[in-house]
Design a protein around this ligand. Sequence first.
Ligand SMILES: [Zn+2]
Length: 570
Amino acid sequence: MRVSKLFMSTQREVPSDAEIVSHQLMLRAGLMRKAAAGIYSYMPMGYRAYRKVEAIVREEMDRAGAQELIMPAVLPAETYMASGRWEKFGPEMFRLKDRGGRQFCLGPTHEEPFTEAVRDTIRSYRNLPVTLYQIQHKYRDEKRPRFGVVRSREFVMKDAYSFDVDEAGLDKSYLNMKEAYCKIFDRCDLDYILVDADSGAMGGSGSQEFMVKSAVGEDAIAYCPACDYAANEEKAPCPKVEAPKDFEMLPMEKIETPHVKTIEELMEFMHSEPTAFAKTILYNIDGKIVAVMVRGDREINETKLGNLFDATEMNLASFEEVERVTGAAVGFAGPCGLKEKIEVIADYEVAAMTNFIVGANETDFHFKNVNIGRDFTPDRIVDVRGAVEGDPCPKCGKPMSMCRGIEVGHIFKLGTKYSDALHCVYLDKDGKENSMIMGCYGIGVSRTLAAIIEQHYDENGIIWPMSVAPYQVIVVPTTSQDEAVVKMAGEIHDALEKAGAEVLIDDREERAGVKFKDADLIGIPVRITVGRKAAEGKVEYKLRAGSEVVEMTAEEAIAAALKEIETAKK
Ligand SMILES: [Zn+2]
């Protein structure tokens, strides 16, 4: 393919609205164009890379025995009504009406139509298990689409659904998908971790996420470098802490702390470490005010807190609520002397603190030398903080590390949530009706493409892994004036293409420097430069991932490029 004919435009400037590297590079390298917030078109170069990812996903799904089909993107409301998700999705669901006033949506996820299809097709245990999948556009009207295709409103997902007769069958289907996912992400050259996840809105029990490590990831992950344990911050359990047995309980004192509201101000005022304080934060959980205590250097994890109360609606208490319950301005709440009887929840760590500092429920005052049992008694002592660096691994006890990640895949054991709601049943050996046991398995295909870039780039641009590169080799003649150069570049291009490689030749009337910059930006794995030494039969061979430039003959360069492509397949 000639670069002069490519439908592509690269840009030197970093687009102002692109916050993360993959988004910036996808726009700069001309891989995609923005149509609206969170909605993108793929240009030929981007679409080639995208299709490589899609092909890897398809190959591994097929190899795992899953069968591909395709559902519509426009779906009738009734499909989502039986499961209750027509309401539950809320404003995230794109809704539309046809000319007759009938309601539809753009599919946000396809559990319901797959369940209906299986319900209407399969009757007997003899036809189970079955795993079906599609690679389809999905639509979610995100409140804040951002990061390019990482969080977009239209995106491509591979979604698969397994149907089994029992839990043991589901376990097997789940494991099968998990193994296929590992192969897919390995082939995409991604450094990922598999984490235990909160199943959130999907319901069901048992779910894991494939997270690509990235500083810009939206999820915080605790993982153990010593064993394979990893979990989302809100899923990683924090350990109980033993209270010291022998210590001197000092008399509780009220101290004046004028205008001292934050932990930082308090630390400075009291000349103490944050570990000497317990913060008390008030929440309104489903209409009830609750006081939640964590050590001064910790954060409350709201997912853990919400789960403790099985909360539907949870907010920080309003200023008025805080003043009503504590009798003080915001910033001075504490467990002793609350004006109203409310539930007080203490984190495990707080329960092990001694002679500590809390708010006095009086503006500009704190208590010091507070002790549990003598000065107050929490209603519950629970795990309510997020995991942090150094917390012991729940599996092996070694200190855990924290990182951020982009979720590229998610596997769930759904159980019978959808089969019950949509009456998806089979007849067993005895002719008895049973609900099918379901699993569902997603991969964000467009997001995977962005995640690959997040892990493969340098200051000059993208460094595509060979497996997903839009083209594998770029031949760069440094001039179009020298006949020997032009001829040799053409011959190398033709020979590589004949051997099955995907090759670009930069035949533009541009300076060599411009061509190199573009080749680096679009990230083609192998570059063969044909210049002054063409007359001697010599070219320069360079890998995008390395810095070494090697002089060799044209034949050697062709052989080296083909070998590079071949090696990447293994
Ligand atoms: Zn461990």
